[in-house]
Design a protein. Structure first.
Length: 135
């Protein structure tokens, strides 16, 4: 290919990208200032608020002790399946945290993490716990 063809292709790609991105300048203008990341207005990025929720509610799933005691944990037996969270409606998972009481007793590949979306019967994610968290 000649240098002229390569330069023309690069110029066309830059123009196409600029044109496509110019339509994004008005994304997420409805985000309340309280929920904007620190410094977002300084950068003027059209994507500054892309990952932030608009009007909605926050949810949290936890292993809190439902008896009122201080056993904030789940005990899962071999072969047992436990639902960690079952939340209705659209959303975004921002944090997943597991800890093992006796990690030396468990090979992190023995526990399987499965995630289902929108009433699926087969999981969208099915992976050994250790592989999911790269341990």
């Amino acid at each position: 290919m000649s240098k002229l063809v390569i330069r023309s292709a690069c110029a066309l790609a830059v123009c196409a990208a600029a044109g496509a991105l110019s339509g994004c300048a008005h994304l997420r203008t409805d985000v309340d200032a309280r929920f904007r990341p620190l410094g977002a207005d300084l950068y003027g990025s059209p994507w500054a608020h892309l990952a932030h929720l608009g009007p909605g509610r926050s949810k949290r799933a936890s292993s809190w002790d439902k008896t009122g005691g201080n056993w904030d944990a789940l005990t899962i037996q071999p072969g047992e399946t436990v639902t960690l969270a079952d939340i209705e409606g659209p959303g975004m998972i921002t944090h997943i945290y597991f800890t093992m009481v006796h990690p030396h007793l468990l090979d992190y590949r023995d526990a399987v993490l499965r995630m289902y979306w929108d009433g699926e019967t087969t999981p969208s994610v099915e992976v050994p716990l250790g592989d999911f968290f790269c341990v």
